[in-house]
Ligand binder design. Structure first.
Ligand code: DP6
Length: 326
């Protein structure tokens, strides 16, 4: 039987991946670091069958066609090439427990689960690093979801991508740090992360400043994680997010992912800090905000975030596990 099921969680980047040096292989221009989250996951079953003449992809009981199908089928093709089985097609069934409205890239948990289930179903036995390299070619941020807890995607330097993969930085039980996903009423996102980073790399004069700042941020955040220094980790993550978003304002044409409520949440987080509640924000390629906090402050943080006009939901999450086979 050529069938396997895997479950993967999404992750939130504290040092952002923002830019590619190779779009085909998905090789980044900078290393990134994230926390895998237990609240949001995708479970995928891949079934390779001789009688199929093309791949099939079902997401939450809906048959998918168009671009999303092409991306999945293109990725399955990489798995086929690795296994030397070019003519073997698969039936893929995914269930997403990543509320798209919460602004999480479901592509991170989606491609991590697909890579794990697909490679196992076709008979490859990949170690975590090999799996991360494969996953990277589906969606860059997904390469980090192979691991639980904190993970770093090391950009590597080789043109073939053989040294570009994630590595574990600290396991799930190292530190109980939490993330509140703040859901806004206006969630429309008009520039995808893929298109946004491309435009920024090609046209923003601020992009080189972004790149120059990464090695230091990376070093600082890793020492903060090792020392469980929440203030240090929060400060570095928040500043790194602001720098990433600043690059989009310099792009041509310029753009921003922020809405008015995005800025209201950022301001509220700063007010919490001024009132003595340690909390820090980070934002991906969309208007929603993620807030880092410690378990002791959970109640206060949740209440404060829920009270902001324009916030429709707050979803709390702990640190999550890496890929699991079911
Ligand atoms: C802002 O991983 O979605 O969330 O590699 O093109 O699929 P592709 O992009 P994707 O980009 C994520 C960008 C980000 C930052 C991050 O998660 O590191």
């Amino acid at each position: 039987m050529m069938k396997a099921t895997a479950k993967a969680h999404t992750n939130i980047a504290l040092i952002k991946y923002w830019g590619k040096r190779d779009e085909e292989l998905i090789l980044p221009t900078n290393s990134s670091l994230s926390l895998t989250l237990d609240g949001f996951h995708t479970t995928t079953t891949v079934d390779f069958r001789e009688e199929l003449r093309e791949d099939r992809f079902t997401l939450d009981d809906t048959e998918i066609t168009g671009d999303a199908y092409q991306r999945v089928s293109g990725f399955l093709h990489r798995i086929r090439l690795l296994a030397g089985k070019r003519e073997l097609y698969a039936d893929v069934r995914s269930v997403n427990e990543v509320p798209t409205a919460a602004g999480f890239a479901s592509s991170a948990s989606g491609f991590a689960a697909l890579a794990a289930a697909g490679s196992r179903a076709i008979g490859l036995s990949l170690n975590d690093q090999e799996l991360s390299r494969l996953t990277r070619q589906g969606s860059g941020s997904a390469s980090r979801s192979i691991y639980g807890g904190f993970a770093e995607w090391q950009m590597g330097e080789k043109p073939d991508g053989s040294d570009s993969h994630a590595v574990p930085i600290a396991p799930i039980d190292h530190w109980d740090i939490r993330v509140a996903a703040v859901v806004l009423s206006s969630t429309q996102k008009d520039v995808s992360s893929r298109a946004g980073m491309k435009r920024t790399v090609e046209t923003s004069p601020f992009y080189s400043g972004w790149l120059d700042s990464i090695p230091r941020d990376m070093e600082e955040i890793k020492s903060g994680i090792a020392a469980k220094d929440f203030e240090k980790v929060g400060q570095v993550a928040e500043a790194n997010c602001l720098k990433m978003h600043a690059t989009t304002l310099g792009a041509h044409p310029p753009f921003t992912y922020w809405h008015d409520t995005t800025m209201a949440v950022m301001q509220k987080v700063r007010e919490m800090r001024a009132a003595g509640i340690p909390a820090y924000f980070t934002i991906d390629a969309g208007p929603n905000v993620k807030v880092l906090y410690l378990p002791e402050q959970e109640k206060q943080v949740e209440e404060t975030l829920r009270s902001i006009p324009g916030v429709t939901d707050v979803r709390l999450s702990k640190s999550g596990k890496g890929v699991q086979y079911l």
